[in-house]
Design a protein around this ligand. Structure first.
Ligand code: SF4
Length: 287
């Protein structure tokens, strides 16, 4: 039986005091422990952003990708080795901005990975510019008169594009966050957990007090997570009240089940049929 501390390295996080990244870090480690994982069973893919140096703080197989490219790298790993549990960590900028098309492709393919988005509504690593999920009118260094682009709707986009598990969580509520991450990992197919994350350094709009008066848990009320139209409407609720919880979850065939060459065995389990001579030649050409 593992413990949350088994997934920590010896490196101390350098995140700002009060950063929501700490809650997500704890929630993921707690979920991994409660599901009985050992570190070698997890492959974690990190995007660029404040959360990205989580690659140094989690004890697991880690990959730190370029801007918006963590999702395709994670998809490659899952196709290569189905036995790995694959999680991706990205900010709202990386996941929905630079990596927007990778995000949509993952929803559409129903590939069996979990995307955890640190949604602090800012490009905080580059000192707090407005991001895709910033509300219209957000003032930042790059938008001194207020942003005017319509804010991106990740949950509605995911549901509309075929994602089979769509949830929203809050970084400070680690009990509910852990529960949602566990369900997302156990879900067969693409799962999105958009985590609302306070950034006390650069986001003075969506503060802890701001969230406190608005968030309510969908699972505290009668909620049918299989109703797509209802989920689409609920995913658009943002204002005086903001729902967290599992908005949508359905069962559908996953990506690999459509590929005869992969559905029974992942690549690492298959015999290399290419002649060793040709293989050596190919390797030589790559040098
Ligand atoms: Fe966290 Fe914001 Fe500091 Fe980045 S800038 S580490 S998101 S509090």
């Amino acid at each position: 039986m593992s413990k949350a501390k088994d997934f920590i390295t010896k490196i101390d996080p350098t995140w700002c005091p009060g950063c929501g990244n700490f809650g997500i870090w704890l929630g993921v480690r707690q979920a991994a422990a409660e599901l009985g994982f050992q570190p070698h069973q997890l492959a974690l893919f990190f995007d660029i952003g404040c959360n990205g140096n989580g690659a140094n703080y989690f004890n697991a197989y880690n990959f730190h990708g370029l801007h918006g490219r963590a999702v395709p790298a994670a998809i490659g790993a899952k196709l290569a080795n189905h036995k790995l549990t694959v999680l991706v960590f990205a900010g709202d900028g990386g996941a929905y901005g630079e990596g927007g098309n990778h995000f949509i492709a993952a929803c559409r393919s129903n590939i069996d990975i979990t995307l955890i988005v640190h949604d602090n509504k800012r490009y905080s690593l580059t000192t707090g510019q407005a991001s895709p999920t910033s509300s219209v009118g957000t003032k930042s260094k790059a938008t001194p008169d207020g942003s005017f682009e319509v804010d991106f709707q990740p949950l509605q986009t995911a549901i509309a594009n075929g994602a089979t598990f769509v949830a929203r969580a809050y970084a400070d509520d680690t009990v509910n966050l852990t529960k949602i991450i566990k369900t997302a990992i156990n879900h067969r197919g693409f799962s999105l957990v958009d985590v609302l994350q306070p950034c006390p350094t650069f986001n003075r709009d969506n503060t802890r007090d701001w969230y406190k008066s608005r968030l309510y848990n969908l699972q505290d009320q009668k909620w049918d997570a299989t109703n797509k139209n209802q989920a689409l409407v609920k995913a658009g609720e943002w204002g005086e009240k903001i729902p967290v919880g599992i908005l949508y979850q359905v069962t559908k065939s996953t990506y690999k089940s459509h590929l005869p060459q992969l559905k029974n065995q992942s690549l690492v389990e298959q015999e290399l049929k290419i002649s060793p001579v040709i293989f050596e030649k190919l390797l030589a050409e790559l040098k």
